[in-house]
Ligand binder design. Structure first.
Ligand SMILES: Cc1cc2nc3c(=O)[nH]c(=O)nc-3n(C[C@H](O)[C@H](O)[C@H](O)COP(=O)(O)O)c2cc1C
Ligand SMILES: Nc1ncnc2c1ncn2[C@@H]1O[C@H](COP(=O)(O)OP(=O)(O)OP(=O)(O)O)[C@@H](O)[C@H]1O
Length: 151
């Protein structure tokens, strides 16, 4: 990041964003506050391995994220190398969500190896709401529909 008071700050956020909820909105709002432009890299379906694969197609997830008012642009990530879009976009800041499974130090080291001087910032704020999790929303719907069939 440059130190000039009028430098333009590009922020990058990432995630799966299967079912948009207020937690996502809070995360993206906080991310946008850190700079002038917020670009979101939406995870490719092929790469979601730490939880059930999203049912919603990746282009649909991208389109919905891009419609959020805090987001200037949303792109699909690379299928093979998560650093490829980062190298191309040259962000000043990369944000991580409160529960995003990346270690800040590891990520910064990997960025330095690729000559990307971006700062990694963990957004610790967590929006408190009952249905602020795509997984929880899906589970509640499945349970409600199953119950409706039984009764
Ligand atoms: C700096 C960074 C770059 C990423 N780039 C990509 C990418 O190019 N392609 C991709 O499929 N996932 C990429 N990801 C991963 C996801 O977008 C997402 O963060 C990860 O799947 C965890 O998702 P969750 O927070 O929604 O559970 C990247 C993650 C980070 C932290
Ligand atoms: N309640 C919340 N408050 C603040 N940030 C959140 C909240 N929920 C999710 N986020 C952030 O939004 C980003 C994208 O989240 P992700 O797509 O994994 O959503 P999720 O709904 O939490 O998913 P899942 O429920 O399947 O784990 C992550 O960085 C995550 O930390």
């Amino acid at each position: 990041m440059q130190n000039s008071p009028c430098s333009f700050v590009r922020v990058i956020a990432t995630g799966t964003f299967e079912i948009i909820h207020p937690g996502h909105l809070r995360f993206l709002e906080e991310a946008k506050k850190l700079g002038d432009e917020l670009i979101v890299i939406v995870a490719r379906t092929k790469n979601v391995k730490h939880k059930p694969k999203p049912v919603i197609p990746e282009e649909q997830r991208r389109k919905v994220v891009e419609a959020i008012k805090f987001v200037d642009r949303a792109i699909l990530g690379d299928e093979n190398d998560i650093f490829k879009p980062i190298i191309e976009l040259k962000p000043d800041i990369i944000v991580l969500g409160h529960d995003q499974h990346f270690d800040e130090k590891w990520l910064e080291e990997e960025l330095r190896k690729r000559n990307v001087p971006a700062k990694v910032v963990r957004i610790k704020v967590k929006e408190p709401c009952e249905f602020c999790s795509s997984a929880k929303i899906i589970q509640a719907i499945v349970e409600s529909r199953t119950k409706a069939k039984i009764n």
